[in-house]
Write a protein that binds this ligand. Structure first.
Ligand code: PGA
Length: 262
């Protein structure tokens, strides 16, 4: 009982972050329209509201969100500051534009764009060095869950991603537990599964940085979170927010999820 009370108190101290991950959706002009629509919907939010949008939409998102409580993030970056890397975007470029957050290591990037634990780690460090807040994604595939490897996958991905990152910087990171089998499939993890996965990540953070730092770090759940299931998922002691794909593309649905994060 005492432990439960302490955990609830720790949760209350952590910053809740609800972040939309638009993936490859919406044009720049649609972005402007959407943000204008979203501003009144989320203006009374008790949590940090972030939209992570395609590179070409960033400028419009930032302009439209000015003066509101909506923060803007990118969905990827390159780890070098500049150079001969055709088609890539650096952390410095993003910061100069006014971007605050960046999604790193999303499973779609790991799966389709050869992202590895090593490049994820380089990107996390580059983002931090430039003053961007990483939203670091980790998560197991279905076969890994079925073979009982979930905990080891989460621990390993978290440890690799944070290699060489000090405790002070680690507090600036948001981690998103995203079981790959739950992303875009409509098959959400149960609230218990989400809480357990986030708990494994928090335990890993405690092993790396000590309990106080681990208790200060925001850990989201992501994977088919929507207007209907958000409140239950977010009620869990280790679930400090959500990374939302599909349901972040409609302002009304995203607003309901934001309102559920108290
Ligand atoms: P989903 O995507 O909400 O559409 O499942 C989540 C994500 O990929 O971050």
């Amino acid at each position: 009982m005492i432990k439960k009370g302490k955990n609830t108190m720790n949760k209350a101290k952590r910053k809740a972050v609800i972040a939309g991950n638009w993936k490859m959706n919406k044009t720049p002009s649609e972005t402007t329209e959407f943000v204008k629509e979203l501003i009144p919907v989320v203006k009374d939010a008790d949590c940090e509201v972030v939209i992570c949008v395609p590179f070409v939409d960033l400028q419009n998102a930032i302009e439209a969100a000015k003066g509101s409580n909506i923060r803007v993030g990118a969905e990827n970056l390159h780890w070098k500051e500049s150079g001969a890397y055709t088609g890539e975007i650096s952390a410095t470029m993003l910061r100069d534009l006014g971007v605050e957050y960046v999604v790193i290591g999303h499973s779609e990037r790991r799966q389709y764009f050869a992202e590895t634990d090593m490049t994820v780690n380089l990107k996390v460090k580059a983002a931090l060095a430039a003053g961007l807040k990483p939203i670091l994604c980790v998560g197991e595939k279905l076969e890994e869950r079925d073979s009982g490897a979930t905990d080891i996958v989460l621990t390993t991905q978290t440890r690799y991603a944070l290699d060489g990152v000090g405790a002070e910087d680690a507090r600036k990171i948001v981690i998103a537990y995203e079981p790959v089998w739950a992303i875009g499939t409509g098959r959400t993890a149960t609230a218990g599964e989400a809480d357990a996965g986030n708990g494994v990540i928090r335990k890993t953070l405690a092993d790396l940085y000590g309990d106080e730092t681990a208790q200060a770090i925001t850990i989201q759940y992501g994977g088919s979170m929507n207007a209907k299931n958000a409140a239950e998922l977010l009620s869990k002691v280790n679930v400090d927010g959500g990374l939302i794909g599909g349901a972040s593309l409609k302002s009304a649905d995203f607003g309901i999820i934001v309102a559920a994060a108290k």
